[in-house]
Design a binder for this molecule. Structure first.
Ligand code: SF4
Ligand code: SF4
Length: 665
């Protein structure tokens, strides 16, 4: 046995003359330079985007999304997530191990010694094996039975084979070293040690040849990294760590100053996106998770969020306009449900990309049909349905409702919304909520004819300045009254009042000292305070449809369940809560399936076969429940229409407030 080593440690460049050592350094320098030159070319493209205006929480984001892989772990996919975690943690360990090795080799002190070295070797070998198994899994997944949403190019196999060769050649190199220069502590490198027993005798020159093969693979990895999907290894780290600090449900305002400076509203060319949004396009690994969960794509529409991202990337690379790289039809088909944003492991903000492009289209007068009518109606009547302000008080005809203009000061402003004041079905929710507020003895008031549309649909359909006009009108009205809370049964109004209106408080000289909560959250508060009884449902007789803008965008799935006596914990479970009294559909909580109304889609025509609401209605009916409970007037309308299209059975649609109101008769 060779007694070259006195204690467990490793000496690099075994049997290699000095010139080979220097050649290795020169080649590593060249390959890294080639890699950085390619990234620099991409950097010049990202730099053309608008400046980033947010302050990212880099350390927190890095720990959450990179180290803890939060998004990958919460993936709906059963095979993709564990496979990716194996590759990621394996790769990360090998990366850290190589860095430590370099520090100990070139630094002033070789700390790779003794017990630490034995533990280091064992961990690296185990995680190296995890990495290799993960890569083999990825190759099999792509080539045996690939998921339909996964893009597969021949370069993907090459990339995976390169990663696999790196892992396997690393083990062969370790085994060759142990075979050529055996040490008593070799057992700690368990995989290499086992492999070394299977090798024939390795001469010094053979060992050096194997060493160089591994080094050439490392050079190839650096040189090809920026050209393949593998670049997400670096890009995803940068974009997730610097992600926007804005709420998922908050779009970025456009200012008049910006329009004066650029002469543009929204996006027509890739340079109109922010630097971060352009960079995020390069982080896309084309995994297809976004497309898999897209309700529009799921019913056969053209919209494919992965292709939107890839299309805008093509626009960035080729210089063509965004509208030339992605179809207008696809841009209009988005319901802004944020399922894609929620699913994307690298935090791409598809809804920002789409709405910004819609803003550009609206500015060019390219929105036609009933959605354009909705915008005109909103502008002329301040009601998306086009009803005059007086009609907003029609629902009050047979009920006593306190009005803000009479009370001036009150605890709760009951925000009804256009749908709740205009649509006959949604009016039942409004009346039930008013009844509950009365029964609980709440000091509340409604704005009635003074309430304007919040502008949510106009904003998401791409008409930013109509939205800002609605915001200004409403803030002007708010200034006239004193109240502590806004309570609304509409998750779209709730989201924009809570997460977007505050961007406009300052310019409208409004202080905004109030909370905004959804009616189910307020009912839950009243029940906890003993002012109301929760509904007592029979087991599995009622199902509940989580609205996207409540459950996903604002992470509220528990309050709607609790008020009907169902205590499953969905807010923290992200849709994985235990089933309770409600008959739960397949997609629930944050992973709910969109009814198809958001983003102005409520007013856009579509053939019955392509209604996301029909698919959702089928899911809800499949629970066996005859009552479908909702917590959103838009969902109520869409699911109600869809139920009539998919079944002749007598299915009842009602709001959770109606169930609670009945329990308090
Ligand atoms: S946008 Fe995100 S979810 Fe969609 S393919 Fe790219 S990485 Fe995957
Ligand atoms: S927001 Fe919803 S509808 Fe729009 S692309 Fe994403 S998943 Fe599809």
């Amino acid at each position: 046995m060779n007694d070259f080593y006195l204690e467990p440690t490793r000496h690099e460049f075994l049997h290699m003359p000095h010139w080979q050592k220097y050649l290795f350094y020169v080649l590593i320098y060249i390959s890294l330079s080639i890699m950085f030159a390619q990234f620099f070319w991409r950097f010049k493209l990202w730099k053309q985007g608008k400046s980033i205006t947010w302050k990212p929480e880099i350390v927190k984001n890095f720990i959450t999304y990179v180290l803890a892989q939060k998004k990958v772990r919460s993936s709906r996919k059963t095979t993709g997530a564990p496979m990716h975690l194996m590759i990621f943690y394996g790769f990360l360990t090998l990366f850290i191990a190589t860095t430590l090795l370099a520090i100990s080799t070139y630094g002033p002190w070789n700390f790779h010694r003794g017990l630490y070295y034995l533990i280091y070797e064992m961990i690296v070998d185990i995680m190296g094996l995890v990495y290799v198994v993960g890569i083999v899994w990825a190759i099999a997944r792509r080539n045996v039975k690939p998921p339909a949403s996964l893009t597969h190019a021949i370069s993907d196999n090459w990339a995976l084979l390169l990663l696999l060769s790196l892992g396997i050649s690393g083990f062969i190199l370790e085994a060759a070293r142990m075979n050529n220069n055996p040490q008593p502590f070799d057992w700690s490198g368990i995989v290499g040690f086992a492999l070394s027993k299977c090798l024939w005798s390795i001469s010094d020159s053979m060992y050096v040849a194997i060493w160089w093969i591994h080094a050439v693979l490392v050079y190839a990895f650096f040189i090809t990294l920026p050209q393949m999907r593998l670049k997400h290894i670096l890009m995803a780290v940068i974009t997730t760590a610097t992600k926007p600090d804005t709420h998922m449900g908050a779009l970025k305002p456009i200012t008049m100053e910006e329009v004066e400076q650029t002469g543009k509203i929204g996006v027509t060319d890739y340079q109109d996106y922010s630097k971060w949004h352009l960079m995020s396009l390069d982080a896309c690994m084309e995994c297809g998770r976004c497309t898999e969960v897209c309700p529009a794509n799921g019913v056969g529409k053209v919209l494919n969020p992965k292709q939107i991202v890839q299309g805008i990337r093509v626009s960035m690379e080729s210089g063509v306009t965004v509208a030339d790289a992605v179809t207008e039809e696809a841009l209009w088909e988005c319901t802004t449900c944020n399922a894609c944003v929620e699913a994307c492991p690298v935090l791409i903000r598809h809804v920002d990309l789409i709405v910004d492009a819609r803003r550009g289209l609206v500015a060019e007068g390219k929105l036609a049909g009933s959605a354009a009518v909705m915008l005109r109606q909103t502008g002329s009547t301040s009601n998306a349905w086009g009803a005059s302000p007086e009609v907003r008080e029609d629902w009050m005809k047979d009920v006593e409702v306190p009005l803000a203009r009479e009370k001036k000061e009150f605890d709760v402003l009951f925000w009804v919304g256009c749908a709740g004041a205009t649509d006959s079905g949604a009016m039942k929710t409004t009346k039930a909520m008013a009844s509950l507020l009365d029964k609980a003895g709440v000091d509340y008031a409604c704005l009635g004819r003074e309430e304007s549309c919040t502008g949510d649909s106009a904003r998401r359909a791409g008409d930013e300045f109509l939205y800002q006009q609605m915001v200004a009108q409403n803030l002007e009205t708010f200034k006239q009254y004193k109240f502590k809370k806004i309570v609304t049964p509409c998750p779209h109004c709730f989201n924009t009042l809570k997460n977007e209106y505050n961007d406009f408080y300052q310019e409208n000289a409004y202080e905004g000292n109030h909370d905004v909560i959804h009616h189910t959250q307020y009912i839950q508060e009243l029940i906890s305070d003993g002012k109301l009884q929760s509904a007592k449902l029979e087991d599995k007789k009622v199902t509940y449809h989580d609205p996207c803008y409540l459950a996903r965008v604002n992470n509220e799935s528990d309050a709607p369940r609790k008020i009907v006596g169902d205590n499953s914990d969905f807010n923290s479970g992200g849709g994985a809560g235990k089933d309770g009294k409600l008959a739960e559909p397949e997609n629930k909580g944050r992973k709910t399936l969109c009814c198809g109304a958001g983003g102005g889609r409520m007013w856009m025509e579509e053939p019955p076969s392509q209604r996301p609401g029909n698919k959702r209605a089928e899911e809800l009916i499949a629970t066996g429940a005859k009552d479908i409970a909702v917590g959103c007037p838009f969902c109520r309308i869409m699911i109600g229409d869809s139920v009539k299209q998919v079944t002749e059975d007598n299915i009842n649609i009602l709001d959770l407030a109606e169930l609670v109101d009945k329990a308090n008769e």
